[in-house]
Design a protein around this ligand. Structure first.
Ligand SMILES: [Zn+2]
Ligand SMILES: [Zn+2]
Length: 156
């Protein structure tokens, strides 16, 4: 289903797709590129569920973001699933036009089931490449950099 969460104080809305929405929220969107204002606040209680729509297919959600972001799947700021609150009335109308609204669940947010990797800006650790000084949010990007970019230098 499609979901919309609002960061009321910060004035942002996130639209996404997921099967277990409450669990998804509890785990947080720590891996997503996000507006600076939402740093360290990518899970409840900072945000609240404000809408659910029936949607079985994640591809439909992607098409939707493309439409909202004027034809591009990846906006220049990379926060392509976060929308400033002033855009929300328009997006809400679109969602209700194309999808069937669902009632909001009465359940509470479950405990975190899956620890997501935090980006450095949200207090996550950074990995530093000693060969060129580049920093990475994710260990696998760092390992890949050392293996691919610096491999030739190391085997000299
Ligand atoms: Zn952050
Ligand atoms: Zn490097």
């Amino acid at each position: 289903m499609l979901y919309a969460f609002r960061w009321k104080q910060e004035g942002w809305v996130k639209v996404g797709w997921g099967k277990h929405v409450m669990q998804r929220a509890s785990d947080g969107w720590w891996e997503s590129s996000h507006p600076t204002m939402l740093c360290g606040k990518l899970a409840p209680p900072y945000c609240a569920l404000i809408g659910l729509w029936e949607c079985k297919d994640e591809a439909e959600e992607k098409a939707l973001h493309e439409q909202f972001n004027e034809g591009v799947l990846k906006r220049a700021d990379c926060h392509n699933q976060f929308y400033a609150e002033m855009e929300w009335p328009k997006i809400y109308r679109e969602l209700c036009t194309w999808f069937t609204p669902l009632p909001l669940p009465a359940e509470d947010y479950p405990p975190v089931a899956h620890e997501r990797t935090r980006k450095a800006c949200c207090g996550g650790r950074t990995y530093w490449c000693k060969h060129c000084g580049t920093t990475f949010d994710k260990s696998w990007n760092w390992i890949r950099q050392v293996r691919t970019v610096h491999k030739r230098q190391r085997t000299k």
